[in-house]
Write a protein that binds this ligand. Sequence first.
Ligand code: HEC
Ligand code: HEC
Length: 286
Amino acid sequence: MADEEKRIDAETGTETTGHSWDGIEELNTPLPRWWLWTFYACIVFAIGYAIWYPAWPGATSGAVGGTLRQGVAADIAEHAKGQAVWRDRINAAPLEEIVKDDQLLTFANSAGKAAFGVNCSQCHGSGAQGFAGYPNLNDDAWLWGGSLDEIYHTIRHGVRNEDSDDARYSEMPAFGDILAKAEITDVANHVMSLGALEHDAGAAARGAEVYADNCSACHGETGAGDPEQGAPRLNDAIWLFGGDADHITAQIKQPAHGVMPAWGLRLDDDTVKALAVYVHGLGGGD
Ligand code: HEC
Ligand code: HEC
């Protein structure tokens, strides 16, 4: 058992702790000096740190006066306050006035561009260039009208959705159930002739009558389209779904019906207005 007696160990010259087990004694080797100083330095640092920074959550705010997170929150609040002035002015001004006022226009364009990146680019593309079924917003071809007011209405209420009573609505019938196969081929060729695509002239001539009877009410006699019904212009080189016989025939047989959400239900009105101004600036002018 331990005989609790400290002595100097002959081998190492170090004092023992006095603990001994079965004759094995424990040396009381002092801590290295460098280690001790580092330890003390850490204590001093910790005290300084606890005073300088908010070390006790909710209890101390630190001599530095708050966390980085609070700093960011304050910056954001400050920024929002600066923007509120502009948002109020956008809210108050009619669309035509926003585009006439250089400062308002600049603010609306940058707010619109930012909101577009977040809400619209997944369908219309980050450059608003569109994809099959999702219209390009840069060109001056508009399904539902390209004036500021029309664009605002389309964005605010959306297209063929069930959320807004004022959503744009129309439905091209499925002519696969209405016309004979040969008539569909003929009218598709007629559409391709309107769009100056390669076509069978004989079929296109026969298709003219089918077109006049079934299609002109929406797409116009000459294929100019009708923004009242969101019917695309067919006599240009811009195709929503694809400018070839397969896509055109598919649309005639079993049409796609594009749907867009009503953004007025999700975004503040000043954001919708900014978006209308931004989109109008991309390709509007109608
Ligand atoms: C879920 C996909 C989707 C999102 C997100 C979306 N759109 Fe659309 N948008 C469409 C589709 C599809 C159409 C075409 C509807 C049709 O076929 O008539 C369309 C049509 C439009 C039109 C009418 C174009 C024309 O030629 O008349 C405008 C303007 C428009 N979108 C703006 C926006 C804006 C601004 C946003 C963001 C706030 C947005 N869209 C977000 C799918 C989307
Ligand atoms: C009730 C109105 C209506 C009638 C009638 C109609 N269409 Fe359409 N058509 C539309 C609408 C609306 C679209 C666009 C669908 C969308 O935006 O999702 C469309 C799209 C198309 C497209 C695609 C155009 C593109 O840019 O990709 C073609 C092709 C077409 N129609 C051909 C016809 C032909 C041919 C007929 C007659 C046999 C016809 N349509 C009759 C409303 C109509």
